[in-house]
Design a protein around this ligand. Structure first.
Ligand code: ZN
Length: 363
């Protein structure tokens, strides 16, 4: 029956309280069917309160749809509660209050965490919580699920972060601008640093292995760059300014160049007994133990130039001898203040000690 903008409808009451308004009773019965479908439990309908359905006058658009009526029935039935089902590996283990279930699962998941460490935990099992509506009378207490929850397998990862050094590379540049044996550092090497985060994995509190979770380079290493000299004059060859090289070729190397740490000569490392030759002709002005030089020979070449040969194992000339260029005057040794077999060679111009290297072809 229509009266302009109004029509007849039905109020649904639970315990004298209007819970919805429907256009006809069939809508209410359809809503009851929906509730019976949604809510888990035996014979849900018998648990609903007795509905009182009365005719009322209402305007067209204030009647409720089935779904809204179903929600109203659920909201107004004390016997129906919202709760969750615990499903593990596809099997339902039971239902309980959602909050109680979540709390209980979180407690189980975190029970192997170590205080003071950054821990991450998860279930090894496939754990699903399915929310829904249940009959209160059939809903179990959380304590009924505690045994099942305590049996869930837990994987705990305890994170550790540490810094690790990254070694640097050494790049060697060879140059014939420097004598053999010369080693100079062009660029000092620097270690790099990486921050590595690793995890110790525990299964139910028992260590199961370690994994690298992340690695970040916070400082790149810097290459060490060194220069190695390769120049090696030949024996008997006039190498510079009319001078010969004082040692046979192939047996020596520069172990300490002139000027390094105030070094007054050049050190030529060579096996003990290697022949030491006068670099030019002249007169022996000293042959004997001399200061820190050990067994030492000095040869005066005239024009104010003289040469000195130190640390010899043996001397082959004596003071006042005249020597020719290339004549053996001593044998290599390690006498005096010396840490190994070598020839320490000096050149004097007047009273000044000068860089001897250009005189014997070393740069
Ligand atoms: Zn020296």
């Amino acid at each position: 029956m229509m009266f302009g903008g109004v029509k007849l409808a039905y109020n649904v009451k639970f315990d004298k309280k209007v819970i919805s308004t429907v256009s006809n009773k069939e809508v209410y019965y359809a809503a009851v069917d929906i509730v019976a479908d949604i809510v888990e439990g035996e014979d849900v309908v018998s648990h609903l309160p007795e509905a009182e359905i009365n005719t009322v006058v209402t305007i067209n658009d204030t009647v409720d749809s089935c779904d809204i009526v179903a929600d109203a029935i659920i909201d107004n039935t004390d016997e129906i509660v919202s709760a969750s089902r615990l499903i593990v590996g596809g099997n339902s283990l039971g239902c309980a209050n959602t909050e109680d279930l979540n709390t209980s699962l979180e407690n189980r998941k975190n029970c192997y965490n170590i205080v003071g460490f950054d821990c991450e935990s998860e279930f090894c099992d496939d754990v699903i919580i399915e929310e829904g509506f249940f009959l209160k009378s059939e809903l179990g207490d959380i304590s009924e699920l505690s045994e099942s929850i305590a049996a869930l397998n837990v994987k705990t990862t305890v994170k550790e972060t540490c810094e690790q050094y990254i070694p640097y590379k050494t790049v060697t540049n060879k140059t014939d601008d420097k004598p053999a044996g010369y080693v100079g550092t062009e660029q000092a090497g620097e270690y790099g640093i990486s921050v590595v985060t690793s995890g110790i994995v525990y299964i139910n509190g028992v260590e199961n292995g370690r994994v690298t979770l992340s690695s970040e380079v916070t400082k790149e290493p810097v290459d060490e760059i060194i220069t190695v000299g390769t120049t090696r004059p030949e024996k008997g060859k006039v190498v510079s300014k009319g001078f010969l090289f004082p040692l046979p070729s192939g047996v020596w190397e520069v172990s300490c160049p002139y000027g390094k740490g105030g070094h007054g000569g050049v050190d030529l490392r060579a096996p003990q007994g290697t022949t030491v030759m006068a670099v030019a002709s002249g007169t022996v002005t000293l042959a004997g133990v001399y200061r820190d030089y050990g067994n030492c020979v000095i040869v005066d070449h005239g024009n104010g130039i003289s040469t000195l040969y130190a640390h010899a194992s043996r001397l082959c000339v004596k003071e006042g001898d005249t020597v020719t260029a290339g004549e053996v005057i001593a044998l290599v040794g390690s006498t005096g203040n010396s840490t190994g077999n070598h020839l320490h060679f000096e050149v004097y111009v007047g009273d000044n000690r000068v860089n001897p290297q250009p005189y014997i072809g070393l740069k």
